[in-house]
Design a protein. Structure first.
Length: 316
């Protein structure tokens, strides 16, 4: 490949940050502008970052996540997908909470303070309620899937679904390895005393979260293309707001439980003897805080998007 061809290929790769519909309309014009600015030189880091940022912004607008150029139904649907992604992160956080609270359940909640018992029960109830809301939302959208497949929609989502499946397979392998490692450790080692295991656990948790995100992206790719009637769109929007509220309740309940247990028995959270771990902070709890924080932010963003777009949707 000649130098000129290589630089043009570089520019074409940079333009992939932009959505296909945008590239069809403005891609050639932008490519020519970039090539004139480079004047035979390779793209700089600053130019790459600038185009990536601008292209990602266009993708958000094209998906209805920002701006008001898309129809109200698309904007409301985008808000709902943000909440769904937030719930996916909260589910991963729930796994971390189950890990952190396994000793709490084993010793019997009745032996703890009322605040800790109520908070733990609220997390469990919130998980069940959120799962029910998600299942209902999926069932409402399910009738539109056969038409999507018959219209050839599978080709457009094969790649994101394939990435999610591959990541899931790696998670299964990693989970088996981590579980085998954990069985050879003491409770204290599993809860922060063993640095290597703690780092591996956080890495595994991050990879699980990434896998959940990949599945959420794949689901969003399908959901965006489904032909759903306005009544169902409005119902899905209401369910998304309910789900966002559940995420908030779960996050608050986890915080109350953490503080309640941490104040009374900080060493209990570490799974070791008294004095072995003065701070009630462990790898599972750090992962939990990060995931729930991201989930709350995502659910708020999705809810705001739905509420702001609702008047236009109702008027359609």
């Amino acid at each position: 490949m000649s130098g000129a061809d290589g630089r043009r290929a570089d520019v074409d790769r940079l333009l992939r940050w932009y959505p296909a519909s945008w590239r069809d309309r403005y891609g050639d014009e932008l490519a020519a502008l970039v090539e004139d600015e480079l004047d035979g030189r390779a793209p700089t880091v600053r130019l790459r970052v600038s185009l990536a940022r601008a292209g990602f912004g266009e993708r958000l607008r094209d998906g209805g996540y920002t701006g008001d150029t898309r129809p109200a139904a698309d904007r409301v649907r985008a808000g709902g997908l943000l909440v769904l992604l937030a719930w996916a992160l909260a589910v991963v956080g729930g796994c971390a909470f189950a890990k952190a609270s396994e000793g709490f359940v084993a010793t019997g909640p009745s032996s703890w303070s009322a605040a800790a018992r109520i908070a733990h029960g609220a997390v469990v109830a919130g998980a069940a309620s959120g799962a029910a809301v998600v299942v209902l939302a999926v069932l409402l959208a399910l009738p539109a899937v056969p038409a999507f497949v018959r219209a050839g929609g599978w080709a457009s989502v094969r790649a994101p679904v394939g990435r999610a499946v591959a990541a899931s397979a790696l998670v299964v392998v990693g989970t088996a390895g981590l579980a085998s490692w954990a069985h050879r450790l003491t409770p204290a080692a599993r809860n922060g005393a063993d640095f290597a295991y703690g780092l591996a656990y956080l890495t595994w948790g991050a990879f699980v979260a990434a896998t959940v995100v990949l599945w959420a992206v794949a689901g969003a790719a399908v959901a965006r293309q489904l032909e759903i009637c306005p009544r169902v769109v409005r119902t899905e929007a209401v369910l998304a707001v309910v789900l966002a509220a559940v995420i908030g309740v779960v996050a608050l309940a986890v915080g109350v439980w953490w503080v309640s247990v941490g104040v009374v028995a900080p060493t209990f959270l570490a799974g070791g003897p008294a004095g072995s771990h003065p701070l009630p902070v462990t790898a599972p709890l750090v992962l939990l805080a990060v995931l729930l924080g991201a989930a709350v932010l995502g659910s708020v963003a999705g809810t705001v998007r739905i509420v702001r777009s609702w008047p236009s949707l109702a008027a359609d």
